[in-house]
Design a protein. Structure first.
Lengths: 240, 216
């Protein structure tokens, strides 16, 4: 089996006349949690949306499991991944039905839904909220439900787009503490966009730094902190 | 006017015609409103403006237009539809379809645009995405249905012009009220008016109950 779940080569994304992201090479290893860090507006979320096939790149190649992602349809590809955005974006349904949504899209049987949904609600600590309407949840509860909705799909790739940044610091810390063992035990390959270095170091195995619309450095956190490749990366890390 | 058979017959015909017209409007309005709300194509704003204008179409103008189309010498005269319930259904559909299209588009445009990305990010196909958005906008969509029904059950101009208010054939509640008033039978006209109001209230009450179910 290929060590890398995702490999991106020579990716270029242009919006209007502006180059919003350039990635020469990026590999996401199977089972790792890779934090994509960088200042606001650097192009981190653009990378995530491209990986979710919600944005069409202008150039470049993306391999998923060693085969070009373009070989599969958008829907088939997206059913291998799950996306959690900054806001929970829950639907006006019960918590249970929200978490079941992605499974229903995949045509899962009722018994499979009845087996998996309570399990992941419990793992995220929101089992007692199953029948509550999603729009009546607190911010922390809603984000836990949003994570359960993604993790219940047991995706090959989990994409987290600043998923904790809207939470207050204590809620965020507790959620990260709960999420870390879940990702580790389920060996879910995760790409995690954040501008918070503390958050990145806490959750991720490796880090990728995007500054000024290009991927500058990728490696283990200590390597990057000890030897930033250029001034922009050093500046972002607060090392200048 | 004979009681109660004729009134019952007029009431049933009114409900049948308006329900069918609203149903057809929904079949037309839901997909077209969705296309206008979610689609990206040249002229979308123009078509939205046309629909929004259509939401305020005067029923007599619609009646005139449909009558010209269905008149014996008109383009669809051979179909012999003028002064039939079908003619009223056509006219009422022309009145209510823009209401349903416009309010459907507005309902879907009021949703957070990121919901579409989130649905795709959970593996939804295009149709699953649209279905989920309809479900999310179910309250304003039911309001669109109510507005569509309300716009036709209460209109009189088009029904009179294309239906002809023929006794036992095309007489509906609104045209009967006009007739009885013109004859000075205010008691009967008032009773029919009260009946129309009651029916409108009951239909909207039922739809509101469906709409608000589960809100608490």
């Amino acid at each position: 089996m290929n060590k890398d779940l995702i490999t991106i080569k020579n990716l270029l994304i242009i919006r209007g006349k502006k180059e919003v992201l350039r990635v020469k090479k990026l590999s996401v290893q199977r089972g790792e949690v890779l934090a994509v860090v960088g200042p606001n507006g650097a192009g981190k979320s653009t990378l995530l949306l491209t990986l979710a096939r919600l944005l069409e790149p202008n150039a470049g190649q993306m391999l998923f499991n060693g085969t070009p992602a373009q070989n599969t349809s958008d829907t088939v590809y997206r059913r291998k991944i799950a996306l959690v955005m900054q806001d929970p974006l829950l639907f006006d349904l019960s918590v249970y039905k929200n978490v079941a949504l992605g499974l229903e899209f995949r045509g899962a049987s009722k018994s499979e839904i009845q087996e998996k949904v309570p399990l992941w609600l419990k793992r995220l600590g929101v089992a007692d909220l199953a029948e509550r309407r999603a729009k009546r949840l607190s911010g922390g509860e809603a984000q836990r439900v949003s994570l359960a909705r993604a993790l219940v799909l047991e995706p090959e790739l989990l994409l987290l787009d600043e998923s904790f940044s809207a939470l207050d610091p204590p809620t965020r810390a507790t959620l990260l503490d709960d999420l870390k063992p879940l990702l580790k035990n389920s060996k879910t390959t995760t790409l995690f966009v954040t501008h918070d270095l503390h958050e990145a170091r806490k959750l991720a195995t490796r880090m990728a730094v995007i500054v000024k619309n290009s991927l500058r450095q990728i490696g283990y956190a200590d390597e990057i902190f000890n030897a930033p490749v250029d001034e922009d990366v050093a500046h972002f890390l607060g090392k200048d | 006017m004979s009681f109660p058979y004729e009134i019952l017959q007029i009431t049933i015909l009114s409900l049948q015609i308006s329900a069918i017209a609203t149903g057809i409007s929904l079949l037309i309005g839901l997909p077209l409103g969705t296309l206008l709300a979610l689609g990206k194509f040249w002229g979308r704003s123009f078509f939205l403006s046309v629909v929004n204008t259509g939401m305020g179409l005067p029923p007599v103008v619609v009646g005139l237009f449909v009558a010209m189309m269905l008149w014996r010498s008109g383009p669809f005269g051979d179909m012999n539809l003028i002064y039939t319930p079908t003619a009223i259904i056509i006219a009422q559909t022309v009145i209510s379809a823009p209401v349903v299209i416009g309010l459907t588009a507005a309902a879907l445009q009021s949703l957070d645009p990121r919901l579409r990305l989130q649905l795709y990010g959970l593996g939804a196909s295009r149709w699953q995405m649209i279905w989920a958005l309809w479900r999310e906008a179910r309250l304003p969509l039911l309001a669109a249905l109510m507005a569509g029904f309300g716009s036709v059950i209460s209109e009189v101009g088009a029904s009179m012009m294309v239906g002809g208010n023929i006794r036992n054939q095309t007489r509906v509640l609104t045209t009967a009220i006009v007739l009885e008033t013109s004859k000075g039978n205010f008691e009967i006209a008032m009773a029919l008016g009260a009946l129309l109001l009651t029916i409108t209230f009951l239909v909207n009450w039922a739809l509101t109950w469906v709409q608000q179910r589960g809100e608490d």
